[in-house]
Design a protein around this ligand. Structure first.
Ligand code: ZN
Ligand code: FE
Length: 249
């Protein structure tokens, strides 16, 4: 499986996923149609995988459905009325065949009620549910749901899973993470690395789930030092407090 990172808009990432054998592929959240179509030159794109309805993710659906006749536009059944040009409504555990590749859907509500992630091989396309060193705002779900997604659903995936997320927020997220865990040396080193990457115009994706567990505060809500810092008890209460602080950061 080949995965190309396609930076779009101000700080979004679209992705091109290709089955090298057949030259068949899929695009993930291609909200800037011309840029993504150019990146996909030479690939027969059969699927558009839409993580959620927000326009910075779904805003290219209609234009690409028109440009590539027969394109399967895959998105949440829960949000079928909010995802433009949807042709295949999915839930949890649905399989998508792209050439010889097999991807599986995960229902991951919280940021939006119908958010879905796509997992295939060692790659996870998680939209706005999880970022490098952070996670998306909770617009349409509760904290318990968000905790279930981050620690339960993603926690059940192999730790070496590579995470391809929807935005480049890494530097700011790590600055926030260091306000929660000032002595976290891994976070500090990752911040220096991320700043260098960004200065060179390079993305900080992908990350891995294992790596995220070492510095991403939203995956560390069960760590005593994090709870002590926030004066909270229990993972969900800690996640609620973290999200509130991050929203104001
Ligand atoms: Zn979003
Ligand atoms: Fe977004």
């Amino acid at each position: 499986m080949r995965i190309d990172v396609v930076p779009i808009r101000k700080d979004n990432y679209a992705y091109l996923v290709v089955d090298p054998e057949s030259g068949t592929g899929a695009v993930v959240d291609p909200a800037e149609p011309d840029t993504v179509a150019a990146a996909a030159a030479g690939v027969r794109v059969t699927h558009l995988l839409c993580t959620h309805h927000h326009p910075d993710h779904s805003g290219g659906n209609a234009a690409l459905a028109e440009r590539w006749p027969g394109l399967e536009v895959v998105g949440s059944a829960v949000d079928a009325d909010r995802i433009p040009a949807l042709t295949r409504a999915v839930g949890d555990g649905d399989e998508i065949a792209i050439g010889a590749l097999r991807l599986r859907t995960l229902a991951v509500p919280g940021h939006t009620r119908g958010h879905v992630a796509f997992v295939g091989g060692d790659a996870l396309f998680c939209g706005d549910t999880l970022f490098v060193a952070g996670c998306g705002r909770r617009f349409e779900g509760d904290a318990a749901q968000m905790h279930h997604v981050l620690s339960g659903v993603y926690g059940a995936l192999p730790p070496e899973t590579r995470v391809f997320c929807g935005h480049e927020y890494t530097v700011r997220n790590l600055q926030f993470a260091l306000t929660i865990e000032p002595d976290n040396a891994v976070a500090r080193a990752k911040l220096a690395w991320a700043e260098a990457r960004r200065a060179a115009g390079l993305p900080t994706v992908p990350t891995t789930l294992a790596e995220e567990r070492t510095y991403n505060p939203f995956l560390r809500v069960d760590v005593p030092a994090v709870q002590a810092r926030l004066g909270t008890r229990g993972a969900v209460e800690t996640l609620t407090a973290l999200r509130r602080l991050k929203d104001a950061f």
